[in-house]
Design a protein around this ligand. Structure first.
Ligand code: SF4
Length: 119
């Protein structure tokens, strides 16, 4: 996603959760995107983390729903915490869903994952 689009879409979280470190990371991200470098010097500003790629629905266009995932599993709280601890200083948003039903993960259901990020 282009830097300007990120700022346009997420201006409220950027304003609410901004810090000098996060703003400087956005500048570095913009530089990385413009130079089309393979080795980025910036960190993600938005994290999309799947607590699981299991789902109890069967949506016809979804690889998860159609059982086309090569492997499936649940994100452990320890791994989630490890990733978040590294990325939190740069994140404006964390999305805890993508290709699965997050509340099938008992950690997510017990709110061990939700509410933990200190961003
Ligand atoms: S992950 Fe989302 S899109 Fe896929 S089957 Fe489940 S509800 Fe449907």
């Amino acid at each position: 996603m282009h830097y300007k689009k990120i700022v346009k879409l997420f201006y409220l979280p950027i304003l609410r959760r901004g810090s000098l470190k996060k703003y400087l990371n956005l500048v570095r991200m913009n530089r990385d995107l413009k130079s089309k470098t393979i080795l980025a010097n910036s960190f993600p500003s938005i994290a999309v983390i799947d607590p699981t790629n299991y789902c109890n629905l069967h949506c016809p266009l979804c690889p998860t729903g159609q059982g086309r995932q090569s492997s499936q599993g649940y994100l452990s709280f320890e791994l989630y915490e490890k990733v978040l601890n590294q990325l939190a200083p740069y994140l404006f948003e964390v999305w805890l869903y993508n290709w699965g039903e997050p509340f099938l993960n008992k950690n997510a259901a017990s709110r061990d994952l939700v509410g933990t990020p200190n961003i």
